[in-house]
Design a protein around this ligand. Structure first.
Ligand code: UDX
Ligand code: UDX
Length: 452
């Protein structure tokens, strides 16, 4: 089938490359020309493991192309898929890009002639597709949803850093559909997927996405709150508390007597807070949706409050272990909001850096992929090319991103180069049992060692 995708971002491009690899003919449309050139030469314009190889393959086979001109792409398409940004704004989410994409599609429908299913993949609050999107397309086309064009809401469940894998082996395909005809087209797009295809209404599909993300975010904030409680009481350990909790048969399954920990439990461990372009935005969007509907959302409010407090709690932990950071040099390892991505949107590591700078620390930063000189903090921090350069002579080191590379460093050797061998392991990646007795290892989720 022929699929036009508007928005060639972390979601739109992975989705397009995945659909092309399923045999569909895909045209990605993006108004950012800088993104188009790499795509045309089979390279991803951002870091996403496996995407370069996938793009090279499907572009090489002529199954995926890219343009900034929707009127070139839409003719003959069975699906017009919207995957443009839905950034946060004080009232919830900014729908201006969604509206623009819907209007652009609508304007071209009369000349399109055939039946096309307008499909929303971007995360939008419940009822947006059947109101805002439907009205924009109908107004711009003079046509009617249903008889003249289809309407589907198909949320994405891609995690950055493993988005290609998540597309290729989905747990679920959710299709909110206006009517049978709309559903049938998207059902054919995903034919051959060996996971459940859930048909529901447009609004339920939108809510499934929000409920999924807010539950995960809430689990992280719950874990971080348990961690903060453990950090207040010497002897308590979040790691041991969670290990005990995870044994609950309702959380851990046994297969042939073996304990099997489902992936969900990886969201029940302390960290330094959640970031990214989804969790913070989606929780806030549902929170403002609740306000708009006059429904209290106390759990969502607390999820965000706990998340915002976490950076302060983590640096408090560091100061309890090794004294005030003012005037000292602190190395922060990790700028990306999570491992295996170059995305720094709402990155918790950047929140830690702000907290450190607010307390008068000099901050040196390293990331495996992100180049600090491209960030707004570039003039306020010292960029280190290697982890060794970052920690050398520093008074403390804070791990902010769970890069697997950080767990493989020679920590005893690194600590020996520091002015003070203090490491706060914000992502539980340091093999602390290998550290020398002189090291001051500060785990999260436990009271720090008495100050040396
Ligand atoms: C986006 C939304 O932010 C997210 O809420 C939704 O779940 C999926 O789509 P993401 O792919 O990470 O997520 O956004 P981003 O990386 O910003 O990509 C959006 C792309 O759309 C950008 O390449 C941007 O240039 C493009 N775009 C945006 C358009 O082509 N036209 C527009 O009108 C707006
Ligand atoms: C999330 C959802 O997982 C995905 O299903 C949805 O489609 C988009 O949003 P993403 O934001 O890319 O995906 O990454 P995820 O791995 O979920 O991490 C989100 C944030 O939570 C990151 O900052 C990560 O560091 C943090 N996190 C994750 C924790 O702090 N603790 C955890 O246990 C897991």
């Amino acid at each position: 089938m022929k699929i036009t995708i508007i928005g060639a971002g972390y979601v739109g491009l992975v989705t397009g490359a995945g659909m092309a690899s399923m045999g569909h003919q895909v045209i990605c449309v993006d108004f950012n020309e800088a993104r188009l050139e790499p795509i045309r030469s089979g390279r991803a314009p951002f870091f996403e493991p496996g995407l370069d190889e996938l793009l090279a393959k499907v572009v090489g086979e002529g199954k995926l192309s890219a343009t900034s001109n929707l009127s070139e792409a839409l003719p003959g398409s069975d699906v017009a898929l919207i995957a443009v940004g839905t950034p946060s704004n004080p009232d919830g989410i900014d729908l201006s890009y969604i509206r623009a994409a819907a209007r652009d599609i609508g304007a071209l429908l009369p000349s399109h002639g055939g039946y096309v299913v307008v499909t929303v993949k971007s995360t939008v609050v419940p009822t947006t597709t059947e109101t805002v999107v439907r009205e924009e397309v109908e107004r711009a086309s003079g046509l009617k949803a249903g008889p003249d064009f289809g309407l589907v809401m198909n949320p994405e469940f891609l995690r950055e850093g493993c988005a290609v894998e998540d597309f290729m082996t989905p747990d679920r395909i959710v299709l909110g559909a206006l009517d049978d005809r709309s559903f049938d087209v998207l059902n054919r797009v995903y034919a051959g997927s060996d996971c459940p295809i859930l048909r529901t209404t447009l609004a339920n599909a939108e809510m499934i996405k929000y409920a999924s993300n807010t539950l995960l975010a809430m689990m992280i904030s719950f874990s971080n709150e348990i961690a903060s409680l453990c950090e207040a009481v010497p002897g308590l350990s979040e790691e041991e508390v969670m290990a005990g909790m995870h044994l609950d048969r309702r959380l851990t399954v046994r297969r042939n007597g073996e304990l099997v920990r489902p992936g969900l439990l990886s969201y029940l461990r302390a960290g330094i807070g959640f970031g990214g372009s989804c969790f913070p935005k989606d929780v806030a969007a549902l929170q403002s949706f609740g306000r708009e509907k006059g429904v209290a959302t106390r759990l969502l409010d607390a999820t965000l409050d706990t998340n915002h407090l976490r950076a302060k709690a983590v640096i408090d932990l560091l100061e309890r272990a090794s004294g005030p950071v003012g005037g000292r040099t602190v190395a922060v390892l990790g700028l990306a909001f999570k491992e295996n991505t170059d995305d720094v949107r709402e990155s918790p590591g950047l929140r830690l850096i702000k907290e450190l700078r607010d307390r008068g620390a000099r901050v040196r930063v390293h990331d495996v992929i992100v180049d600090a000189t491209t960030l707004p903090i570039a003039n306020h921090v010292e960029k280190a090319a290697t982890e060794a350069d970052a920690v050398r002579g520093a008074d403390a080191c804070v791990i902010a991103t769970k890069w697997p590379q950080y767990s493989r460093l020679d920590w005893p050797a690194l600590l020996a180069t520091m002015a003070r061998p203090v490491v706060l392991d914000g992502r539980q990646v340091v093999p602390w049992t290998t550290l020398p007795p002189s090291a001051v290892y500060v785990p999260i989720g436990a009271a720090p060692p008495a100050m040396a």
